[in-house]
Design a binder for this molecule. Sequence first.
Ligand code: UDP
Length: 240
Amino acid sequence: MNIELMGIHIDKDSFIGALDKAFNLINGNKVAQVITINPEMIEHAGIDDNFKQIIDEAEMVIPDGIGIKVALKIKGYNVERIPGIDFARTLLDWCAKNGKPVAIVGSKEEVIVKAISNLKSEIENLDIVYYHNGYFDNDNEIYDGLKSANARLILVALGSPKQEFFIYNAKQILPPCLMIGVGGSLDVWSGKVKRAPKIYQDLGLEWLYRTICQPERFKRIFPALPKFLWKTILYKNSHK
Ligand code: UDP
């Protein structure tokens, strides 16, 4: 089941429901793509048809970020927000428990190395069969490495939309697995970037915390959300 927001279809599943779907895809027989959608990505899809097509063809599109939750609320839908970082972390736990090999691509070398070492010490039996930093010129070399590693879950941290294009192109090349773009998650898992305290997360105010910590983000982030919400209202009215 999904809901449409500015021409983009978003899954309506709860966190648990989405996990269930992802577990099935990890056990499945094709390469599946999970997109953790946020307002910036929807804006980008509006000006880039190729990006929109990738989202249209994704096996899962989950609502990350408070902007999506609020916009859907305006449309009359109550969805559970699914932060991509928590979703990916739960998938790692599940893979470790179920003997599924994992690969990770993205971020700076020191970040990915530290993130993997932290994850391995936190998650018993986590089997990371391949990793590569996110600064490479030849995608095919990485696809070759992934192909021989044969992981069932692949996390890709290249930022958006780069990671979505990288995953989409991999669909034609890799053996069956689930791939998910995880943005800046490795920066958090490495300890390089601090996540907002739990109270901010629970209230959907991580953006506010980040703005307080980095006031220079204010000019970029603050006008974007009301503008996005306004657009969703206009879109709703003009497409009735
Ligand atoms: N990144 C990368 N290769 C690139 C560009 C970005 O590996 O060519 C990594 C970057 O090091 C960071 C992550 O992608 O760890 C997310 O980057 P950013 O914060 O710009 O993306 P966002 O989370 O805002 O989508």
